[in-house]
Ligand binder design. Structure first.
Ligand SMILES: Nc1ncnc2c1ncn2[C@@H]1O[C@H](COP(=O)(O)OP(=O)(O)OP(=O)(O)O)[C@@H](O)[C@H]1O
Ligand SMILES: [Mg+2]
Length: 319
């Protein structure tokens, strides 16, 4: 079983508004809502890819009820901790006349110390039947930046593999707790490592630096591919993976689809290079769908033949 954690789950509302202008009144021509937040999107993609997954996190108020109902409607197993404050709604306005998207994300609920403790207990209980836990997204208010770090330590004691996709301070703390995998995009990685990357060489060095900071393995997603520093037979090994870029219908959530693909392949026992290739194919395929965490497995398999994986020289032996 794979568990995904979304502490700041949301209802994602997408509105299609032709000729959207600031300060005007508009009517939508199309609207859709879906349960969202990074961990939820990853759970959706994992389920589509045929992997067993349970989504957990916090859900509060009528919006929280809606998140849980929508997941249940999609047959995504879920077990959320109910909180007092209301879960957030994120609104995206898409203008079909110019392709521009405007996003308004709510701040989200505050979570109390007691609610956080309930969540920790639930996660450790669920983890007893799990092999991997994917922790993704931003934190709700009232939660310390080192919360993911604490969960990583608890889960390691429980013998579960941890995968972290977040940014800023929560990522910095989590890396020190030595998670099994981190998967920042370029901007998130630059912030973590503390400098900008100018070329491929810099990016390959950076994934090594992230491993030195504490992550057992580090993957950096790129515009069309990724670079990674993974463990192979007791050594760290660097990889460069690419796919021809595609015209995106929607780029939002490509990182979530990438990670779902990587995790799905790893859960199935595929070798490291194949896991990266599958993730890249999933990320690329997801750009063809409006809505986060949507992938078409048959198209993913077709795209796999376009993915190129380079295995670079092995570096220092590691414990
Ligand atoms: N236009 C594209 N063509 C091909 N592949 C793409 C394209 N856009 C994204 N991808 C794939 O998706 C993966 C993740 O992309 P990206 O680095 O944009 O994630 P992200 O910034 O974390 O996105 P988000 O946080 O919105 O999910 C990349 O590894 C890449 O392979
Ligand atoms: Mg991302």
């Amino acid at each position: 079983m794979i568990i995904t954690v979304t502490l700041n789950a949301a209802i994602d509302k997408s509105l299609s508004v032709p000729n959207f202008r600031l300060g005007r009144r508009h009517r939508t021509v199309e609207q859709r809502t879906a349960a969202g937040g990074k961990g939820v999107n990853i759970a959706r993609a994992l389920k589509t890819l045929g992997q067993p997954v349970i989504a957990t996190g916090f859900a509060g108020g009528p919006t929280g009820t809606r998140i849980v109902d929508q997941l249940t409607e999609e047959s995504i197993l879920n077990d959320f901790v109910r909180i007092r404050e209301e879960s957030r709604t994120n609104t995206a306005v898409y203008d079909p006349t110019n392709g521009q998207q405007t996003e308004i994300n709510e701040r989200g609920p505050a979570v109390s110390a007691k609610e956080l403790e309930l969540f920790r207990d639930k996660l450790l209980y669920l983890a007893r039947g799990a092999d991997m836990v994917v922790i993704a997204g931003s934190l709700p208010r009232g939660v310390d930046a080192d919360v993911y770090a604490g969960l990583v330590r608890d889960l390691r004691k429980a013998g579960v593999l941890t995968v972290i996709d977040t940014d800023g301070e929560p990522l910095r703390h989590a890396v020190r707790a030595e998670p099994d995998v981190i998967s920042p995009n370029v901007l998130e990685a630059e912030e973590l490592v503390g400098h900008e990357f100018n070329d491929d060489e810099d990016r390959l060095i950076a994934v090594g630096e992230m491993v030195e900071q504490g992550a057992r393995e580090a993957i950096m997603t790129l515009e069309a591919g990724c670079v990674a520093c993974l463990r192979v037979d007791g050594h760290t090994q660097r990889f460069r993976v690419s796919i021809p870029p595609r015209d995106a219908v929607a780029g939002v959530g490509a990182g979530d689809a990438f990670l779902a693909g990587y995790v799905a392949a790893r859960y199935s026992g595929k070798p490291p290079a194949d896991c990266l290739a599958y993730g890249v194919a999933c990320g690329a395929e997801s750009t063809q769908h409006l809505g986060a965490g949507l992938v078409e497995p048959r198209e993913v398999d077709r795209l796999l033949s376009e993915v190129e994986v380079q295995t670079l020289a092995a570096s220092a032996e590691v414990g």
